[in-house]
Each structure stands twice: as structure tokens, then as C-alpha cells.
Design a binder for this molecule. Structure first.
Ligand SMILES: *Cc1c(COP(=O)(O)O)cnc(C)c1O
Length: 389
């Protein structure tokens, strides 16, 4: 089936996501010279706005690549051969962090749950009591390919009780869920503007605690003069200090527009519309007779929903049928969840209940085009609209 839509009408994905109109406008500004004093002032201003949004005591680093850069740079900069890492794994991104960590130390253990479940903070407590040699705990907050959320603030409390460093991947939860670097007590809190902040991919944000700076300074193998160096960027936020290399100037403008929108609307309001959109969507999913990938709805992320692919349905055909027939783009699973889930993002500008209705119509309509028995689309939408109020 050929697509009637050269461009999607609705990009309801889990990242990259559709961007806010103000972000699009910011991307069309003239491109600055990086040492134009006006850009240096802009970079400092954006860094301070990011600190406010992240609740970080010092300006977060803005790295010039999408968040995989920050995750790899964090592993390289923080972890030394003497470190013992406990990686909490509840999904594909969590599992992937072990590979980076193992490049820098041979001592990496995993506390793993099935990829439709969440980490239990009590299990972390028990593990750390039995393994006092652990120096660093790492965790992915929202493991996006599963659409599940770990109880991060509780995990943070346990990790701090044991006096360990905490590294957090909050790429697809920050700005969509009530989480900040402060709330979870992260030492390295890694996120990016290309999920819930509604920006294009191209930058990462890293909030760094004083303890993490001390650790990285003491790490003789931490990279310098490298794109993987966090230390190189430590002072770059200040208009008085040089950049280690050229920042992605156009993306900085986009980030400023996104942060302005986020802070103006108010984080609580933004989180509330992410949560409501997800609830509306899931009510519809249930009423259609489809099921969630998450073992329990209480651990399903407010920023994305992974819908289990029904028996006998080809996920790719389903997803691409929605794109071709209705102009609606969804996300596939990834790694272990590839082919098993179809994912719908509720991120940034698409975290609006009305987009949940569009998603339900498109995914149920596409499925009905592919197979019998027919889903009752009206029942799904009616149930969703009850939650919408
Ligand atoms: C999107 C995302 C990243 C960034 O990685 P890509 O695979 O390049 O998109 C990292 N961690 C999580 C949890 C993400 O959702």
C-alpha cells in the first residue's frame, strides 16, 4: 500500500517527536557565530534556564549531540577501573548501559527484572547491603522501549542511604513526569530536549553534583580534549569562558524556546497534561480490547504507551498501515520489545488528550484494515473521552 501522505499529519512517536511551534520558529533564526558576544550571553542564559528546569544547583552541561553522547560521555568520565558498578536493568536502554560501563571497569553487575516490570527499591537496598564494594549505581528512569517507569526517587533514597553515586538516564521522562536531578538525588542526571521538551534531536543535558565533579576530577582515565569529556564542558556555560568546541548554535535557540515554554506553562501543568493524555489513551486501549506491555498500569509511563501487538499481527504492517492510511506515525519497539509492541508517544506538544483520541482511531482503524475480528472503534473512543472529561 503506497502512502497517500508524503508528510505525516500526526507524529505520535516516542522520540524524535513533533516540536512546539515556538521551537520551529527558533530554529529559523539566523545562525550565530559562536563567539558573537550575543551568542555567548545566550548560551549562559539557556544554561541557567536549564538549571532551573532540572533543579540543578549548578548549570547543567549542554552537550552537542543527542543523549546517547551524554550517556557514553558520562560512563567514560565517571567510571574508572577501580569502580564497581551496579546497573539496574528493566529494559533495553538500561541493559545497554552495561556495555558502556564495561568499557571502563570489569566490575559491572546487573540487577535485572523482566522488561515489562519495574525495579524494586527494596531489592536495591538488599543488594547494596550485601555488596558494599559498589561505588556507582546506574538506572534508566523510563525505559522507553517498554514504556515502563522505575520508582526513581525511592531508588535515589536507597542509593544515597548507602552513600553511592547515582547515574540516571531520564532522557524520556524529564519534562513529562515529576522528576528532576534534585528529586532523585542523582549525581549525573542525563536528559535531552528531543523527547518531552519537544525539540529536535541534537543536544543533551547533564546535571552534575559536586560529588560527581570530584569523582570525575579524580578519575585519571576520564577523557579530556574529547567529545566524550564532561570535564571539558564544566565552565562553558559562562559567557566569560571558551567553548571546548563549536556548540550547535541553532539547537541552542530551539532549546531556549522549549525551556521558556516549559517554565512559562509551569512544570506541574506540563506533567499533568502528559499524565492525562496517557490515562485517556489507556482507557481507550482497554475498551478496544487491546492490552498494555507493562505488567501493571501503575508502572506505565505517562510519556509513552507500549501497546502489546495482538497474536498473529505483524507490528510493522500495523504501524505502517496507520501511517499510510491515516498519516499517523507511531514508534516500533526496540531490542527485546521489537515486533512485540507498538508505541505511542505522549511527549511535548503531543501530550494533549485530543492526540490520544487520534492515536486510538488510527491504531484501531489500521488493525481493522488488516484483520478480523473488527475492533469496536467507537467503544474505544467513547471510553477515552469519558476520562478526558
Ligand atoms: C531516546 C532515548 C535515549 C537517546 O537515545 P536514542 O536511542 O539515540 O534515541 C536514551 N535513553 C532513553 C531512555 C531514551 O528514551
Amino acid at each position: 500500500m503506497r502512502s497517500a501522505f508524503a508528510y505525516p499529519l500526526f507524529t505520535l512517536t516516542t522520540g524524535p517527536v513533533d516540536v512546539y511551534p515556538a521551537v520551529s520558529r527558533a530554529l529559523s533564526m539566523p545562525v550565530w557565530y559562536d563567539y558573537d558576544p550575543a551568542f555567548q550571553a545566550c548560551f549562559e542564559r539557556v544554561s541557567l534556564k536549564a538549571a532551573q528546569a532540572l533543579q540543578s544547583s549548578t548549570p547543567p552541561l549542554i552537550l552537542q549531540g543527542e543523549p546517547v553522547l551524554a550517556l557514553e560521555a558520562a560512563a567514560a568520565s565517571l567510571i574508572g577501573a577501580e569502580d564497581s558498578v551496579l546497573n539496574l536493568v528493566s529494559g533495553v536502554y538500561g541493559a545497554g548501559f552495561s556495555d558502556w560501563a564495561r568499557r571502563y571497569t570489569s566490575q559491572v553487575d546487573e540487577l535485572r527484572v523482566a522488561f515489562n516490570q519495574a525495579i524494586d527499591p527494596v531489592a536495591v537496598d538488599v543488594w547494596l547491603s550485601r555488596h558494599p564494594q559498589v561505588t556507582i549505581v546506574t538506572v534508566c528512569h523510563h525505559d522507553t522501549p517498554s514504556g515502563t517507569l522505575n520508582p526513581l526517587d525511592d531508588i535515589g533514597r536507597v542509593v544515597k542511604k548507602h552513600g553511592k553515586l547515582l547515574l540516571v538516564d531520564a532522557v524520556s521522562s524529564f519534562a513529562g513526569v515529576a522528576v528532576t536531578a534534585a528529586s532523585c538525588q542523582a549525581d549525573l542526571f542525563i536528559t535531552g530536549p528531543n523527547k518531552c521538551l519537544g525539540c529536535p534531536p541534537g543536544l543533551s543535558l547533564v546535571a552534575v553534583s559536586d560529588a560527581a565533579w570530584l569523582k570525575m576530577e579524580a578519575n585519571a582515565s576520564a577523557p579530556r580534549a574529547s567529545v566524550l569529556s564532561l570535564l571539558d564542558w564544566r565552565e562553558a556555560w559562562s559567557a566569560e569562558k571558551p567553548f571546548p568546541y563549536t556548540p550547535s548554535v541553532a539547537e541552542i535557540n530551539a532549546l531556549e524556546a522549549a525551556l521558556d515554554g516549559y517554565l512559562r506553562e509551569g512544570p506541574e501543568q506540563v506533567w499533568a497534561r502528559h499524565a492525562l493524555t496517557a490515562r485517556v489513551f489507556r482507557a481507550g486501549v482497554r475498551a478496544l480490547g487491546l492490552s498494555l506491555w507493562a505488567a501493571d498500569e501503575s508502572i506505565a509511563s505517562p510519556t509513552a504507551t507500549a501497546v502489546r501487538v495482538p497474536e498473529g499481527v505483524n507490528e510493522e504492517q500495523w504501524r505502517l498501515r496507520a501511517r499510510a492510511a491515516y498519516g499517523v506515525m507511531f514508534s516500533a519497539g526496540r531490542g527485546e520489545t521489537l515486533g512485540k509492541v507498538l508505541r505511542v508517544g505522549h511527549m511535548g506538544p503531543t501530550a494533549q488528550p485530543m492526540f490520544a483520541i487520534i492515536a486510538l482511531a488510527a491504531l484501531a482503524g489500521a488493525l481493522n484494515q488488516l484483520r478480523q475480528p473488527q475492533l469496536d472503534i467507537g467503544a474505544g473512543i467513547a471510553a477515552a473521552m469519558v476520562v478526558m472529561g
